[in-house]
Design a protein around this ligand. Structure first.
Ligand SMILES: CC(C)(COP(=O)(O)OP(=O)(O)OC[C@H]1O[C@@H](n2cnc3c(N)ncnc32)[C@H](O)[C@@H]1OP(=O)(O)O)[C@@H](O)C(=O)NCCC(=O)NCCS
Length: 170
C-alpha cells in the first residue's frame, strides 16, 4: 500500500500525457465502473486529450499525487446545473489511504466557490466499495436510478449538500 502525503492538483493542457495515462489506466482497471470505455479512448488524438486535461469553466479534473506518482483522479462537471462528480479513481495500491477524501473535498471546494450548494454523482449498484466511500463522505442515495448497459447494472444517484463559499460582487 502506498501511504504518505497526497497533493491534489488541477490538470491543464500541458498535463495531457499523464492525464491520458491515468484515464486509460483507470478504464483498464475498473471497466464496469465508468460509462466511458478504454476502446473509445484508443483513437483519441493529442488534441482531444489536451482539451480534456484543460477542462474549462464547466469542467475540471484533478490528479492526486504521492511524490511523482499519480495515485488518483476525479472530474467535476457543471454542464447540467448541479455539479456532478465523475471519473473518480484511486490506484489499487493507494486505496483506503484517504486519497478519495482529498479528491472529493477538492472538487467540492471548487463547486462551492462557484456558488453551488449541492453536488451529485452516479455509481454502479455493483460497486459497493464506491458506495461505502461516498456514504462516508456524506453522500446519500436519492432513490433515483438510471440503467446503463456499460455498467451491467443500474446507476445509483447520490447527492450531498455543500456550503457555498461564493462571494457575490454585486
Ligand atoms: C471507489 C474508489 C475511488 C474508493 O476509494 P478507496 O480508497 O477504495 O475508498 P476507501 O477505502 O476509503 O473506502 C471504501 C469503503 O468501502 C469499504 N469496502 C471495501 N470493500 C468493500 C466491499 N467489497 N463491499 C462493501 N464495502 C467495501 C471499505 O471498508 C471502506 O469502508 P469505510 O469507509 O467504512 O472504511 C476506489 O475503490 C476505486 O478507484 N475503485 C475503482 C474505480 C471506481 O469504482 N470508481 C468509482 C466510480 S463511481
Amino acid at each position: 500500500m502506498t501511504t504518505g502525503e497526497v497533493d491534489v492538483r488541477p490538470t491543464s493542457a500541458r498535463d495531457w500525457e499523464v492525464y491520458r495515462a491515468v484515464r486509460q489506466a483507470m478504464l483498464l482497471d475498473a471497466p464496469d465502473a465508468f460509462l466511458q470505455t478504454f476502446a473509445a479512448t484508443v483513437s483519441y488524438g493529442e488534441d482531444t486529450w489536451r482539451s480534456q486535461a484543460a477542462g474549462g469553466p464547466e469542467v475540471q479534473s484533478w490528479l492526486a499525487w504521492r511524490g511523482d506518482l499519480p495515485v488518483g483522479a476525479i472530474t467535476a462537471l457543471t454542464r447540467d446545473g448541479a455539479p456532478r462528480l465523475v471519473a473518480a479513481w484511486v490506484a489499487g495500491h493507494a486505496r483506503g489511504t484517504g486519497v478519495i477524501e482529498r479528491l472529493v473535498e477538492t472538487a467540492i471546494t471548487w463547486a462551492a466557490a462557484r456558488g453551488f450548494t449541492t453536488i451529485v454523482l452516479g455509481v454502479s449498484a455493483r460497486n459497493p466499495r464506491a458506495v461505502a466511500a461516498y456514504e462516508r463522505l456524506g453522500f446519500v442515495d436519492t432513490g433515483e436510478r438510471t440503467s446503463h448497459p456499460q455498467m451491467k447494472d443500474c446507476e445509483i444517484h447520490m447527492a450531498r449538500a455543500i456550503e457555498s463559499t461564493k462571494v457575490n460582487s454585486a
